[in-house]
Every structure is written in structure tokens, then in C-alpha cells.
Design a protein around this ligand. Structure first.
Ligand code: 5AD
Ligand code: SF4
Length: 479
């Protein structure tokens, strides 16, 4: 299947993840929600359970263990999981021996409360406690309920080789940091994923090399804020580094370069960038290496400086626009996407207009757009009133969505007539006669299969487009 480089990929919500070759006798049903990081965590969970003699199944009725890896980012993400648990309740009524567990961000947010609210649950496990899963499963074996929601300052699962679930064999995710220290006032992530920590670069490069050796041709480096990646020999916290230690530390630009050097045939992507931390050094490394994809997901959230300040984003409208001009200057052909929230606490009509005018100025290739959803414990929930009526949030969202639609269409149209290097990722969803892949700028390209193979690079001339997809003809293998 195709794995897209998205923050919250609607198409993947509730995906049942399966591995190709495992022959353990116990069966695990694993369903995932949320961001790429969560899907990547599911691969760590699978790896731990494979060592315990499990294989995966897509049929919950034949599972010994049902795990739901959950998301807490917005209220509707949680509602979706609650709804889904009703289905597993029925499975459990039929097969009372089935262990049902929730993992991930919603587990971390609700802790043991979750067991009281949803009686069917046997197990609640937060994102830093997956190594404890074998013990916790043993506990449930003797009829007890099990909870581990301890967050860690060190855990990066660096030594666990993820089992690639539902892999197309071409692209894979590698997590480089865990947690988040930014404390955006709307965001629950610092509470569900804990403090930010960076993973040893050697283990990252080794993982990329192993993937390449197995035939993978693209890796996406994952972190809540990849630009704040910093490795200074383990354990050392950023805040206490001396000037000298900082100078020799591996920052994100240096890490990106190390991964790019694994092979010119290995594409490197990353997500998510943060406007306050994205440096020219990173942009220059991107420009220097052809195999680092020319695509940046740079969430803006709002186009108004007062709202950005309330959001505690650490930058102003002017700062963001300056970072955008740096991108355009250093990487002229860079694809750009963003995240936008409408109707944040006290946002006025004029401030909303500034979000629209910022979008006009940038003309994003793609955007993920949301209505503000108040989350318990966040700074905004404690400090500001969620005072924009639902209809207003919704109307503002529609305005943002429809403007983005015109920009996406403009961007794809501008690609018609050009030829792009495309990595073939799989068969097109719409036609078994066509392949799909992406260009460096992250736009999906479909074209006739001819004699090409999955995992190859081809030069595709774009002949037409829909609002989000380029349609073309392969002009030969790319060199
Ligand atoms: N309400 C709405 N959207 C949110 N996001 C994060 N928290 C919230 C919230 N409380 C959005 C942001 C972020 C993306 C992953 O989800 O735009 O960048
Ligand atoms: Fe990912 Fe955030 Fe959802 Fe957790 S809450 S799964 S970090 S999007």
C-alpha cells in the first residue's frame, strides 16, 4: 500500500496493520489511529510481540490480543476510538478470553480512568511503556487489569528494529525524536508523549542502511519537531550543553546529511518542521543533496501574530514569511504544506482574514485544516475561553479549505508539461494498469506501468492533472 507523507492521513485512520512473514502461534490484531509517529510506534509494538511468539491477524475474532493505538489530538479522534471499542465489546462477548488493550496518546491522557470508563478494557499502555508489554500481558493472563503510563526522559526504542507493517517494501518511517517540549497552548502532545528526546544518530543511520540493503528506497525521518533534534553523546539535556558541546553535537542538518550519504539512491524525507527552529543550515543541506526531497511541511496554524502568541508558537507572521522566503531562495522548487487551525480562542474576523492573506501570499501545495478543539490540561484550556461559536469555527474552516483548494489546483496545474523523477511506490488505487509514486515535492504521480518495477526511479512527463494528482507518461528510467 502507499504510505503518504502526511501528518494525520485520513485514509489511514483505523488501519489494521499486518506483517507479511511471522509465524507465531498467538494472534495480534493491531489497529492504529493518529499521526505517522503512532503508526511507527505500532511497528515497535509489533516487533516486541513477535519476540513473544505473536503473529498478526486482520480478523479481530481470531485474535488473542486486540490492541488499538490511539490518538488524542482532537475530540473527534477520541470519539472515533470510543465508537470502535463498541465493536470489540461484541468480539469480547463472543470470545471472553480476548485481551483488549489501548495504547498511545489516549491511553496516556486518560490513564486508569480509561479502565473505569470502558469496562471491556484489560490493558492501558502509554507510548513510553511498550517494552513492558510482555509483563503487562502476563498480568492480564491471570485475570488482572494492567496499566503502565509512565513517561520516560530517555526511552527512544533505539535498539528495537521495527517490524515493517503493511509495507510496500519501498518507503519506511524512522523515528528520530520522541516527545515534544514546545508547549503550543492548544496541543495535548506534550502531555501524552512527554519530554523531547533525540535518538542516537548511529542507530538512525544504521536503520536507514539496513532498510536500503533490504531494497527500500525512501525513508521519512519522524519527530514532532525535527528541527530541534540534537544529539550530544547521550543523556545530555540540551539546556545544559556548553557552547563547545553544542558545536560538536549532531543537529538536524548534520543528521540529515548523514542519512543522505547512506546512498544517493535512498530518498530522504522528514516531518514535521517547526518555523521557529528551521535553520538555513537545514535548507542548505537539502539543496546540496539531490536525494533529500524538496518538500517541507511547515505548520503555520494562524496568519496573525497575536493569535500565534496566544498559541505560544514562538514566531510571528513576519518571522514565518521570512522563513518562507529563505526556502524559496535556497530551494526554489520546494513543495510546501502546512497545518491551519480556525477559531482559536478569541480569534477575531480580521485575524482570520490574516490567515487567508498569508495563504494567498504563499499558495501552499497542500494543507491540513482543522477547527480548534479544546483539549483538557492544555495551556489554552486553563488560560483562555473557547469562545468562538462552533458555526463560526466551521465557516472560517470552510473559507480556509476552499481557498486551499484553489491553491492546490493552481500548484498541480503548474506541474503539467514538466518532467519529474518519480519513485514507484505501488499500483495505483484507481487502476491496476497504472503505478503511483511521488515526485520530490511530494505530489502523487500516476502513469502506465509499461515494463517498470516497484522501487525504480522513472522520469515521468506530466500530461494532465486532477486537483491533487499528476497524471503522466514515463519517459524512461531515471539516472
Ligand atoms: N485543535 C485543533 N487542531 C489541533 N492540532 C493540534 N492540536 C489541535 C487542537 N487542539 C492540529 C495542529 C497540528 C496538527 C497535528 O493538528 O494544526 O499541527
Ligand atoms: Fe500523534 Fe498527537 Fe495524535 Fe499522539 S495525539 S497520535 S502525537 S497526533
Amino acid at each position: 500500500m502507499q504510505v503518504e507523507n502526511k501528518v494525520i492521513d485520513e485514509a489511514r485512520q483505523g488501519e489494521q496493520m499486518e506483517m507479511k512473514s511471522a509465524n507465531g502461534s498467538k494472534k495480534l490484531f493491531l489497529e492504529s489511529y493518529g499521526c505517522q509517529m503512532n503508526f511507527s510506534d505500532s511497528e515497535i509494538v509489533a516487533s516486541i510481540l513477535v519476540n513473544e511468539g505473536y503473529s498478526t491477524t486482520k480478523n479481530p475474532e481470531e485474535a488473542d490480543v486486540i490492541f488499538v493505538n490511539t490518538c488524542a489530538i482532537r475530540e473527534n479522534a477520541e470519539a472515533r476510538v470510543r465508537q470502535r471499542l463498541q465493536d470489540f465489546k461484541k468480539v469480547k462477548q463472543k470470545n471472553p478470553g480476548t485481551v483488549v488493550g489501548v495504547l498511545g496518546c489516549m491511553a496516556e491522557r486518560l490513564k486508569s480512568q480509561f479502565l473505569e470508563q470502558e469496562k471491556l478494557l484489560d490493558l492501558v499502555v502509554g507510548p513510553d511503556a511498550y517494552r513492558d508489554l510482555p509483563n503487562l500481558l502476563e498480568q492480564t493472563g491471570s485475570g488482572q487489569k494492567a496499566v503502565n503510563v509512565i513517561l520516560s526522559k530517555e526511552e527512544t526504542y533505539a535498539d528495537i528494529t521495527p517490524v515493517r507493517l503493511d509495507s510496500n517494501g519501498v518507503s519506511a518511517f524512522i523515528s528520530i525524536t520522541r516527545g515534544c517540549d514546545n508547549m503550543c497552548s492548544f496541543c495535548v502532545v506534550p502531555f501524552t508523549r512527554g519530554r523531547e528526546r533525540s535518538r542516537d544518530p548511529e542507530s538512525i543511520v544504521n536503520e536507514a542502511q539496513e532498510l536500503f540493503n533490504k531494497g527500500y528506497r525512501e525513508v521519512t525521518l519522524l519527530g514532532q519537531n525535527v528541527d530541534s533534534y540534537l544529539w550530544a553523546g547521550g543523556g545530555l539535556k540540551k539546556e545544559i550543553l556548553t557552547e563547545e558541546q553544542r558545536n560538536v553535537a549532531v543537529n538536524f542538518a548534520r543528521l540529515l546529511e548523514k542519512v543522505a550519504l547512506v546512498s544517493p539512491l535512498l530518498r530522504v524525507r522528514f516531518s514535521t518542521s517547526h518555523p521557529k527552529d528551521m535553520t538555513n543550515e537545514v535548507l542548505e543541506v537539502m539543496a546540496k543533496y539531490e536525494n533529500i526531497c524538496k518538500y517541507i511541511h511547515l505548520p503555520v496554524q494562524s496568519g496573525n501574530s497575536r493569535v500565534l502568541d496566544l498559541m505560544n508558537r514562538g514566531y510571528s507572521r513576519e518571522w514565518y514569511l521570512e522563513r518562507m522566503s529563505a526556502i524559496r531562495r535556497i530551494i526554489p522548487d520546494c513543495g510546501i504544506s502546512t497545518d491551519i487551525i480556525t477559531g482559536f480562542c478569541s480569534e477575531t474576523e480580521e485575524e482570520h482574514q490574516e490567515t487567508l492573506s498569508l495563504m494567498q501570499a504563499i499558495q501552499y501545495d497542500f494543507a491540513y485544516m482543522f477547527m480548534y478543539s479544546e483539549r483538557p490540561k492544555t495551556l489554552a484550556e486553563r488560560k483562555y475561553a473557547d469562545d468562538i461559536p462552533e458555526e463560526v469555527k466551521k465557516r472560517r474552516l470552510q473559507e480556509v479549505v476552499s481557498l486551499q483548494h484553489t491553491h492546490s489546483a493552481y500548484r498541480t496545474k503548474a506541474a503539467v508539461g514538466k518532467t519529474y523523477k518519480v519513485l514507484i511506490e505501488g499500483v495505483s488505487k484507481k487502476s491496476s494498469e497504472q503505478f503511483c509514486g511521488r515526485n520530490s515535492q511530494n505530489t502523487t504521480v500516476v502513469f502506465d506501468k509499461e515494463n517498470y518495477q516497484i522501487g525504480e526511479y522513472v522520469d515521468v512527463e506530466v500530461l494532465s492533472c486532477t486537483s491533487t494528482t499528476l497524471i503522466g507518461k514515463a519517459r524512461g528510467r531515471s539516472v
